[in-house]
Design a protein around this ligand. Structure first.
Ligand code: 3EB
Length: 308
C-alpha cells in the first residue's frame, strides 16, 4: 500500500448540475482535476433501481453507489440489472466501475475483482444471451476506499462501434486462470454523433496477450501501456496518437498503485501521450491485478479526424 495524505481530495464524478448529480469515486486525486465532468451539466431524469439518471444531448447518464449486504457478486449482478433496465432501447457505451478492496479476498472466497466480474458477466448473459460479448462497452474497474460498489455509465441512442486491440486477448476471452468469469468490456467504444464522434478508451494497462508485462517496473509497464494505447487508437481509426493534434477535447484518468510514481509517470506522459490542452487527473488506485502498477483511460469528444 502506498502512503495516503489525509488532505488529498477524492475524485468527484459530475453528472448533473446540482448536488444530486455528484458522486464520490472514493479515489485520492494526486494531481490534476479533482472532478470529472465529461458531459457538462445534464438534467436529472429520475431513477431506476439503485441508479440516479441524467440526460443530455442524446446521452443517458447514470450512477449508483450500492452497499454489499449479500456480497460483491450479488451486488454487481443486481446493479447491472438496474443499468440494463435504465438503458433499454439505448446502447451502453462506457461503464466506470469502482470496486471495494479490489485485490482482497476473504478466506476461501474469490478475490473481490473476480467476484465482481462473475456477477457482471452473469448479468450481461441473463440480459443479452450467450452472444453478449459483441455488445460489451468500454470500461474501467479499479479499487476504491469505500465499502460499497460505485458504478457510473453512459448510453447512446445509436449503435456504437466496439473496438479490440490486436496486441491483447480480448478481456472477455481471458482464460479461466484469471477467474471463473472473464471481465466484460471492450478495449474502446466509438460513438458517432453530429458534432463528431465520442471515443471511450477503456482502462489500459501493461497486458500483452493476456499476461502482465514487467510486474515490478512502473517505467516498463508505462511503456507497454503506451504501446497498447497507440494500437487501440489505430484500431479506432485515429492513427497512433488518440487525436493528440486534432480538435477533440480529451480527458484522461491515470491510475497509479504507488503515489510516489506520479512525477515519473507525469514526466513521461508530458513527452508522449498528453498535450497541454488535455484534462488530466492522476489518481491513487489499486488495479484489477495485484501486479499492475499503472492504468490509463481516455474519453475524447468531438473527434472528426478519422484516418482511412
Ligand atoms: C485489463 O486490461 C486491465 O474489468 O472493467 C481494464 C479495463 C481492466 C476494464 C474491467 C479491467 C476492466 O484487463 C484491467
Amino acid at each position: 500500500m502506498s502512503t495516503r495524505a489525509a488532505e488529498l481530495p477524492t475524485l468527484s464524478i459530475v453528472l448533473g448540475a446540482d448536488e444530486s448529480g455528484v458522486f464520490d469515486a472514493g479515489l485520492d486525486v494526486l494531481t490534476g482535476e479533482p472532478a470529472e465532468n465529461l458531459f457538462g451539466a445534464a438534467r436529472p431524469a429520475g431513477r431506476q433501481g439503485a441508479c440516479s439518471l441524467f440526460r443530455t444531448k442524446g446521452w443517458l447518464l447514470g450512477a449508483a453507489t450500492v452497499p454489499l449486504p449479500a456480497g460483491l457478486e450479488e451486488a454487481a449482478y443486481r446493479l447491472y440489472g438496474d443499468i440494463f433496465q435504465a438503458t433499454r432501447g439505448r446502447h451502453l457505451a462506457r461503464v466506470w466501475n469502482y470496486v471495494p478492496a479490489i485485490n482482497e479476498s476473504k478466506p476461501g472466497a474469490l478475490e473481490n475483482y473476480r467476484a465482481f466480474c462473475q456477477g457482471r458477466s452473469l448479468a450481461f448473459e441473463r440480459q443479452f444471451g450467450r452472444d453478449f460479448k459483441t455488445l460489451l462497452p468500454a470500461a474501467s474497474a479499479v479499487g476504491h476506499q469505500l465499502a460499497a460498489l460505485t458504478v457510473a455509465f453512459t448510453a447512446c441512442p445509436v449503435p456504437p462501434r466496439h473496438v479490440e486491440n490486436p496486441l491483447q486477448v480480448s478481456a472477455y476471452d481471458y482464460p479461466g486462470t484469471y477467474g471463473p468469469r472473464p471481465p466484460s468490456f471492450a478495449r474502446a467504444t466509438v460513438v458517432p454523433g453530429p458534432a463528431g464522434a465520442t471515443v471511450f478508451v477503456s482502462g489500459t494497462a501493461a497486458i500483452r496477450g493476456h499476461a502482465t508485462v514487467a510486474p515490478r517496473s512502473t517505467p516498463l509497464q508505462l511503456e507497454c501501456t503506451l504501446e497498447n494505447l497507440r494500437e487501440i487508437s489505430r484500431a479506432c481509426g485515429l492513427g497512433p496518437s488518440l487525436d493528440r493534434d486534432g480538435r477533440s477535447t480529451r480527458h484522461f484518468k491515470i491510475y497509479l498503485r504507488r503515489a510516489a510514481d506520479q512525477p515519473l509517470v507525469a514526466a513521461t506522459l508530458a513527452k508522449t501521450l498528453l498535450s497541454d490542452r488535455d484534462r488530466v487527473s492522476y489518481l491513487r488506485a489499486d488495479m484489477c491485478r495485484a501486479s499492475l502498477l499503472v492504468e490509463i483511460e481516455a474519453s475524447l469528444f468531438g473527434v472528426t479526424a478519422f484516418c482511412t
